[in-house]
Design a protein around this ligand. Structure first.
Ligand code: ADP
Ligand code: MG
Length: 670
């Protein structure tokens, strides 16, 4: 057996299981060994129901009181029953698991483990795990890996398969040069992988994990160093130095540019009129006005006779940019087009043609822009918005579309400068520090579920004053389907609460692009008063008339993500509000939210967040919200990032051929 063999060659892994693994991009034995747990569970002593903490994962030992009830709600099958111990009772809820009716009978006692919440005044546990007393005793106090799953593939199966692959662990290829392993005293890769799957205790798991995070960062930085080496030498093929229209456009803007915007624009002007190609990051907090900077760069490029491409991470955002550009460039005779996944085929063909002939000046879109079929005429500028949502490879692929075009990337990720220099090693950085004048600071509050009716009443007043509202629904970990159901259900309950002239609509990730676009149009045209949504609206959306953002289960989000969500309001002149509804009484959760409550400054928040975190906070909430790394998180693992950077610097000094590292197939999503 070989490490690169398909996992079906493992004992106990059949073609069915292998097919499910394939959905998770696990094909070979190597993939399986590199398929890391997303978290670990500790199984504590069960506690009495009356002292079990709401908002937390708890174990209770309780007996079944009622027949198991099965109900169908749309596509969901809901399985419920009541259990109790000597101190209280809890309602158990499972989704799409009708077989449980055969499992559970009145009077039986099990240990149930899950998150405790209060629904309709009733203690509820959703999708609890269940164990007999004896099974539970065997697991108690150990650390169990939890893997990312797909429907049909259970955690037990994944665990079993990983165990079956362990004998081959010594054949996993180590990507780190011997010299670095020695110099930085890295533990053997084998032990690290083993210890991440099946840790003996928390501290050793962290140590093992750090070795793997180091690997991710190391390869990433090696690639960055290569890109950098390439770009600093590239001559400017598109010297752009006629700024007549640029100045006119700026003078015609309905507002004064902030200092930060002006500096960014000057940096860009210097770059594109200079000797080498531009590679610049514009970093500015949410709402700092990065789009205007992008517009000015695009207009300048087009008015010097070239094409520009503008890439956004979601269709909704791409469409918003397209509308804004079309409108703002109206007087400037610029042909803007939109290309996204849902664009009709005939329309796509026309766009490909017009792009090739140069009839189109600006193409706005999603990663549809980087498909092979898309060929430009004289592409001189590529911009990616919300860069943290893309991999470096996607950014590179867009720039490969032209002959070394200028590159501008925009990010709101409030990453401290020291880390930014490492992470964006291949880019020059302009930072927009100031917010447009006339903005009122967003007013925040962190409240419990009891406050909900008050919040609704407040929303009604805001709607009567002509404003609009976002509500972000509780996140459900189980699946996207349930998340969608949740949003729909919430929106229906809300409809009962508000008078019928209040228009309430919803948005979730399972909707088609057309449906999403229609909803966003409705919201932007002020036809919708309240938009209930999952985090799909998180990035970039701009409706300055929206003044309230309410986030249910705020404790379940990372601070950076909350900050992004909050950034959807406070974009106009009116006073805006962010209501963070916290369903947990956990002190750490409240302390974290308090950081956001006190400050609207993304950089400050990121720094405070780092200070508050202990080594135990690695899981659950991913701070950066970006998916560059499987394990590594630039905030949580800042130390490891710095160490990996030192390692690269060291190799560069030694004249080590970095290019030999860059074709390594690692966890990095480049
Ligand atoms: P972000 O940096 O989050 O992408 P946007 O570019 O979407 O922010 O800008 C947010 C809002 O601020 C938009 O409505 C935009 O028109 C407005 N805006 C941008 N720059 C200024 C400015 N200098 N003065 C006033 N409003 C501005
Ligand atoms: Mg933006």
């Amino acid at each position: 057996m070989n490490i690169s063999d398909n996992i079906v060659s493992l004992k106990g892994v059949g073609p069915k299981t292998a097919a499910l693994f394939a959905k998770l991009n696990v094909n070979t034995i190597n993939d399986l060994l590199r398929f890391y747990p997303r978290n670990y569970l500790k199984y504590d002593e069960p506690c009495d129901i009356n002292v079990a903490r709401v908002g937390e994962r708890v174990a209770i030992e309780a007996s079944i009181q009622t027949y198991v009830d099965i109900k169908k709600i749309r596509k969901l099958t809901l399985v419920t029953c009541m259990v109790k111990d000597g101190t209280g009772q809890v309602k158990l809820v499972w989704y799409n698991s009708p077989f449980l009716k055969q499992m559970f009978h009145i009077g039986q006692t099990y240990v149930f483990v899950g998150n405790l919440s209060v629904r309709n005044n009733q203690l509820t546990m959703e999708h609890p795990e269940y164990y007999t007393h004896e099974q539970y005793n065997n697991m108690k106090m150990s650390m169990q890996p939890i893997y990312p799953l797909t429907i049909g593939l259970s955690n037990k199966t994944v665990t079993k398969c990983v165990k079956a692959a362990l004998p081959l662990i010594s054949s996993v290829e180590d990507n780190i040069p011997e010299a670095v392993i020695e110099r930085f005293a890295l533990m053997p890769l084998e032990s690290a992988i083993n210890g991440v799957h099946f840790p003996s205790d928390f501290d050793s798991m962290l140590e093992c994990r750090n070795r793997l995070v180091f690997d991710e960062f190391f390869i990433f930085l090696a690639k960055m160093a290569m890109i950098r080496e390439h770009t600093v030498k590239v001559a400017n093929n598109y010297v752009i130095n006629d700024f007549t229209y640029t100045d006119k456009f700026i003078a015609d803007l309905p507002f004064e540019l902030t200092k930060g915007q002006q500096t960014a624009i000057n940096d860009i002007k210097n770059d594109i009129s200079g000797l080498t190609v531009m590679n610049r990051l514009i970093q500015g907090d949410v709402g700092s006005g990065k789009t205007a900077v992008a517009e000015i760069a695009i207009l300048t490029t087009v008015k010097n006779g070239y094409q520009a491409a503008f890439m956004a991470p979601t269709e909704v955002l791409a469409k918003q940019h397209y509308s804004a550009l079309s409108k703002d460039f109206e007087k400037y005779d610029i042909n803007v087009e939109l290309l996204v996944g849902s664009t009709k085929l005939s329309e796509k063909r026309r766009i490909y043609e017009d792009l090739k002939t140069g009839k189109i000046d600006v193409l706005v879109g999603t990663n549809a822009l980087i498909q092979d079929k898309v060929i430009y005429n004289n592409l001189a500028l590529v911009i990616t918005d919300e860069q943290h949502r893309f991999g470096v490879r996607q950014r590179a692929k867009l720039s490969e579309k032209g002959d070394e075009p200028h590159v501008l990337v925009m990010s709101a990720t409030p990453i401290p400068r020291t880390l930014a220099i490492i992470m964006y090693g291949d880019l020059d950085i302009s930072i927009i520090k100031d917010m447009p004048t006339g903005r009122k600071a967003i007013k925040n509050c962190v409240v419990g579920p009891k406050y909900r009716p008050t919040a609704y009443k407040f929303m009604k007043e805001q709607i009567d004053a002509g404003h609009q509202i976002y509500i972000i629904c509780p996140m459900v970990e189980a699946s996207e389907n349930i998340e969608a159901e949740n949003v729909i259900e919430y929106h229906e309950r809300l409809k009962e609460y508000f008078p019928s002239n209040v228009n309430i609509s919803f948005l979730h990730g399972k909707m088609s692009a057309d449906e999403k676009n229609a909803i966003m149009d409705g919201f932007n045209n002020r036809e919708i008063d309240i938009l209930v949504s999952t985090t799909v609206i998180e990035v970039g959306i701009n409706n300055p008339n929206a003044t309230v953002m309410m986030i249910e289960n705020a404790e379940k989000f990372g601070l950076a993500q909350l900050h992004q969500l909050r950034g959807r309001v406070g974009r106009g002149e009116a006073q805006s509000y962010c209501i963070m509804l916290c369903s947990s009484e956990n002190k750490d959760a409240l302390d974290r939210l308090d950081i956001l409550n006190k400050s609207n400054d993304g950089f400050y928040i990121a720094n405070e967040d780092l200070k508050l975190r202990g080594p135990g906070d690695f899981f659950g909430v991913r701070q950066s919200g970006d998916m560059l790394f499987k394990l590594g998180d630039i905030y949580n693992n800042a130390d490891v990032l710095k160490m990996a950077n030192e390692a690269i610097e060291y190799l560069k000094k030694e004249g080590y051929p970095l290019e030999s590292l860059t074709d390594k197939n690692t966890a990095v999503y480049l």
